[in-house]
Structures are given as C-alpha cells and as structure tokens.
Design a protein around this ligand. Structure first.
Ligand code: ATP
Ligand code: MG
Length: 353
C-alpha cells in the first residue's frame, strides 16, 4: 500500500495545502521554518493517529484556530483499491475532540488504524534515545510497543494511573488510616498491568537481540527488569514510606545498548558520536523490519533532515533502505539531490516548500 495524496486544513503552519506523494521517493526541499517537518508529521499523524513532537495534541492545530483536519488517500497497487482517510481535531467546551474517518464514515481509533500502512520516522533528535536519560529510552520503547499492541497501550495507561495514586498515598504515609488496605488495592493493579508490560518488553528485546548486526558491527541490548510482586512490595514498604514513592515495578526498568567488539561497550556512556548514531540506526532499522514482519506490509519511511549530520558510511546505510520502501525525505539542501544517486531512484518527485 502507498500514500498518494495528503491535504491539510489548519494543521501546524498549513492553512489549506495539498501534496502528491510519489510511490517511491518524495523529496521535500525548503529553507528553515517552511513546514518540512510539519508535512512529515502530518503524514505520521494520518497513518498512526498521533504526531511525533506534540506534548499536547492541540499543538497540532494552527495557532489561533480551533479546528484542523488532515486527509489522505492511500492506494493498494496490487488490486487497485484506494481508501480515503481523515482525522479531525476540534477544540470545544469540553476539551479536544478527535474524530477518525475511513471512507467518510466515522470510526473508532482501533478500526481506523487497523488497515493502515505502518510508518517509521528517522530524525536527528532521536539521538536522545541513545545519549540522554533512561526515561527517554523507556518512553521510546513504550511508544513503539503501544503502537503495535493495543493491550500494551491500555495496560500502560492503567499502570501509570495506579502508580500516581499509589505515590499519593505514600506521600501521606503513616498518617493514612487504611494504609495497608489502600496500598494492597493499588499493588494488585500494578502487578496485574506491570507484569504484562514486562513480558512484552522482554519479547521485543529478544527480537532485537536476534538481529544484532548492522554495517558489520554487532550491537546487543540488555533489559534490566524491575520485577514486581506482592512480596517485593511488602519488603520495600518501609523504604518507600521514607522516600514517598513507589520503588518496585517496571517504571524503573532499564535498557542498555552495547557495542560488541571483543569487549562490550555501553554506547550511552562510552560511544563516540558515530557509534551512537549507528546504535540508533540499529534500533530504527529493527523497528522497520519488525513492523514489516508483524503487519506483513512495507512501512513508509520518513526521513527528517537526517543527512546533514551523517558521515558517508551512515548515509549509505540509509540510502540502501530508500529503494525498498516508499520514502519521504526532507532537506534544506539542494545538495541532497547530488548525494542521492538518482539513477538508482528514477521515479521520484520533489516538493518545494
Ligand atoms: N500549531 C502551529 N501553528 C502555526 N505554526 C506552527 C505550529 N506549530 C509549528 N508551527 C510553525 O511552523 C513553522 C514550520 O515548522 P517546521 O518544523 O515544519 O519547519 P521546517 O521547515 O522543518 O524547518 P527546519 O529546517 O528548521 O527544521 C515553524 O515556524 C513553526 O514555529
Ligand atoms: Mg524541520
């Protein structure tokens, strides 16, 4: 399946704009602040139901407006089928309303997303998954697993809610009248939902470790589960009351990526810049492969301005992907066209923003 056409109304900096997307390669060129990343985000939004940099969804709506929509047409080349997609965001008295449409018919989130094309984004900011704190790494895995597993998303929400409630009780601590009863209620919920999260994280890490090689370098990921059980809760209660927060459970899980080269080097702390970038590509390329296996559909590749920072070797890795997937690239540089060997990609379009 391919994306053919995308239109925006009041989405980010677009008022009313429509773009044709090439079924092989589309190159979006434009100076800074023209809307290149916004266009990619619009594609990501219509195919996954979310943007990739909003902290609150209303940020996707154009400043001073209270409604936006993105529409798209996707096409199945094999059987000439096409579908029309649309997502509306409207701010009203009750907050933000989000509505999904498939063939102009209103759908629930799940049935809307069920038959779409998976999408994978590469952007320079993602290096933070490698070079910043554990919580960013956790967020990355949670977002990915939530995207492929509805149950994971639900359980993660339940877990986080229960965690907040439990932490509130620990803050009040010994003064709380029914401390034991209250805690054991939340413990049970945390165990139920947290155990599922741990299983799914473990499974995905096992998948990653079954695909260790990239560019003849070997990576490995270590997943340190913060186990959860009633006994562990009981054992750590005193300490938890002291620090006033929950110390047991997968919100404290850790992921560490190692480069294997005779010895094992933790790339978060000891990797050079290019080793860290390669580690990131290892993660992202595995994401791509996993989605392809899992959905049995070729994902769309979105590459946001990634070439400026890459050395030659890493650029080549990405170029090799381009021919295999429908790809949309943004760049400020006309030079990009020289970088990509267009004889390898005879079918492409450019969009000048
Ligand atoms: N909700 C919004 N309403 C209106 N404008 C917005 C909104 N969100 C972001 N913008 C603006 O849209 C413009 C384009 O942003 P975008 O990130 O797409 O730029 P870009 O072309 O990718 O630039 P760069 O090359 O610097 O990455 C920016 O000036 C940004 O501030
Ligand atoms: Mg940008």
């Amino acid at each position: 399946m391919n994306l053919k056409l995308i239109s925006f109304h009041n989405f980010r900096n677009f008022s009313d704009n429509q773009f044709q997307i090439n079924s092989n390669l589309t190159v979006i060129l434009g100076d800074n602040e023209r809307g290149k990343t916004n266009l990619l985000e619009g594609i990501y939004f219509i195919l996954s139901g979310e943007g990739f940099r909003e902290s609150r969804e209303e940020q996707l709506i154009k400043f001073a407006e209270n409604n936006c929509y993105v529409e798209a047409k996707i096409e199945d080349k094999n059987n000439n089928n096409s579908s029309n997609l649309r997502i509306d965001l409207t701010i009203n008295d009750f907050g933000l309303l989000k509505t999904y449409f498939l063939e102009k018919t209103k759908k629930g989130r799940h049935s809307y997303l069920k038959n779409l094309i998976p999408v994978v984004l590469f952007s320079p900011e993602q290096i933070e998954i490698i070079d910043r704190t554990m919580s960013i790494r956790r967020e990355y895995f949670d977002k990915f697993l939530s995207g492929i597993d509805r149950e994971y998303k639900k359980r993660l929400t339940n877990y986080n809610q229960a965690l907040r409630k439990r932490n509130k009780i620990l803050e009040v601590g010994f003064d709380s009248e029914n401390l034991d009863a209250e805690l054991s209620y939340w413990n049970k919920l945390l165990i139920e939902n947290g155990s599922y999260l741990i299983i799914k994280r473990r499974e995905y890490v096992t998948y990653l470790n079954s695909n260790k090689i990239i560019d003849s370098k070997e990576f490995e990921i270590e997943y340190l589960e913060n186990k959860i059980s009633q006994k562990l809760f009981s054992d750590s209660l005193k300490k938890e009351l002291l620090v006033k927060r929950t110390l047991i459970g997968p919100h404290r899980d850790e992921y560490n990526i190692f480069l294997i080269n005779g010895d094992k080097k933790n790339i978060h702390f000891y990797g050079s810049r290019s080793e860290q970038r390669l580690g990131l590509f290892w993660l992202k390329i595995n994401e791509l492969k996993y989605l392809e296996d899992f959905f049995r559909k070729k994902p769309i590749l979105l590459l946001d301005d990634i070439f400026s920072e890459l050395d030659h070797k890493n650029q080549k890795l990405i170029f090799n992907l381009i021919g295999n997937y429908q790809t949309v690239i943004t760049s400020t540089e006309k030079e990009l066209m020289k970088l990509i060997n267009l004889t390898d990609h005879p079918f492409y379009d450019t969009i000048d923003l």
